[in-house]
Design a protein around this ligand. Structure first.
Ligand code: NAD
Ligand code: TYD
Length: 352
């Protein structure tokens, strides 16, 4: 019987992962360990919150005591590690939390897991799956793709902190023989993404008549991966991936930012029908510092070794995603007003 510690399970990707795997794997228990920063939203998880194989524990990966406590209370057998500060713009404004959570927090988890699992005969039964990003590889020019062999060249405080955590995870395999896996994925999109990232931010601004701030010339390229395809890939790699390996996960959907903004404007003009076109809201603003030009993933290893291919095309995925935001205006309002943060106090706080 496995009891997996899922860190950061109340965030965007973690909640999509839990919503997928909890119902699919009734014999596995998932402990969602999350300190509920601004990005943690328990309202993303209402469909599974009463499942017998799911439990939420409020805790911080920066606290060794809290990690030790959750490991011993629930006899944790494996870790799937999502918890991180994840927004590049915030890492430019204030990198400290990125160093503390992404580097020190990952180190704390590795140390406690090592100590806890070392008491048993072997590490092989206990997997530590680290979720990382393609941003560790730096930036591409007009051509080429990131492979698992691309040298690390992180450019932002965010990607530098993720790169450091990837190296720590790798070192715990090489030095101590821990059973680790790292997956590096491209930009995710889909339901429950905090409206500070490109797609939900642009949708919300366009739908409410606010300016659409496009950084620089809007020609930077990101390679979009539907979050549900990503969640399936993580489940597969966790179960079938080879210890010590890294796997790139991408959706083969390279788009310039401006193309995405145009798509969103077209969708809003069609479905929200504002008095003036959303296209008129597009505003080119000063470029992000150190803005990486292009990301694109070569996902042939995960396809060849594990048989994973994305199910979504970008066209179906973006249409479904924009419809989700259109029909979940209540979710967006509660996030923007901060009301979502009351969910813990109302539903868990009294019991905690
Ligand atoms: P997110 O910001 O939406 O969620 C992060 C979650 O981690 C939140 O629930 C937050 O409360 C929790 N958390 C933060 N600090 C914590 C701490 N100290 N202790 C416990 N919990 C803490 O992030 P996301 O977009 O879901 O990203 C999840 C992971 O995937 C991250 O590791 C990120 O680097 C990686 N990633 C994300 C993307 C993307 O497009 N979103 C792309 C590549 C990789
Ligand atoms: P973002 O969603 O922040 O993800 P990341 O920085 O991890 O790729 O940004 C995606 C792209 O969109 C990136 O090139 C920056 C750009 N962008 C804008 O042009 N305007 C915005 O308001 C935001 C948030 C992002």
């Amino acid at each position: 019987m496995k009891t997996i510690l899922v860190t950061g399970g109340a965030g965007f990707i973690g909640s999509n992962y839990l919503n997928l795997v909890v119902p699919q794997n009734p014999s596995i228990t998932y402990i969602n360990f999350d300190c509920l920063t601004y990005a943690g939203n328990l309202e993303n998880l209402t469909s599974i919150e009463n499942a017998p194989n799911y439990k939420f524990v409020k805790g911080n990966i920066c606290s060794v005591d809290e990690i030790k406590s959750v490991f011993s209370t629930y006899q944790i057998t494996d870790v799937v590690h999502f918890a991180a500060e994840s927004h590049v713009d915030r890492s430019i404004l204030g990198p400290r939390a990125f160093i503390e959570t992404n580097i020190n927090g990952t180190f704390n988890l590795l140390e406690v897991a090592k100590e806890f699992w070392q008491k048993e005969s072997s590490f092989s039964e206990h997997r530590f799956h680290h979720i990382s990003t393609d941003e560790v590889y730096g930036t591409l020019g007009e051509t080429g793709l990131f492979t698992e062999e691309t040298p690390y060249t992180p450019n932002s405080p965010y990607s530098a902190s993720k790169a450091a955590s990837d190296h720590l995870v790798r070192a715990y395999h090489e030095t101590f023989g821990m059973n680790v896996i790292t997956t590096n994925c491209s930009n995710n999109y889909g339901p429950y993404q905090f409206p500070e990232k490109l797609i939900p931010l642009m949708f919300q601004n366009a739908a409410t008549g606010k300016a659409l701030p496009v950084y620089g010339d809007g020609k930077n390229v990101r390679d979009w991966l539907h979050v549900k395809d990503h969640a399936e890939a993580i489940d597969l790699v966790f179960k079938k991936g080879k210890s010590g390996e890294t796997y790139n996960i991408g959706g083969h959907n390279e788009k310039q930012n401006i193309e995405i903004v145009h798509l969103i404007c077209k969708f809003v003009d069609t479905h929200v029908k504002p008095k003036t076109s959303a296209f008129d809201l597009i505003t080119f603003v000063e470029d992000r510092l150190g803005h990486d030009k292009r990301y694109a993933i070569d996902a042939s290893k995960i396809q060849r070794d594990l048989g994973w291919v994305p199910k979504y095309t970008f066209e179906t995925g973006i249409e479904e995603t924009l419809h989700w935001y259109l029909t979940h205006s209540e979710w967006i309002s509660r996030v923007l007003s901060g009301d979502y943060q009351e969910y813990y106090t109302m539903n868990y706080g009294k019991r905690a």
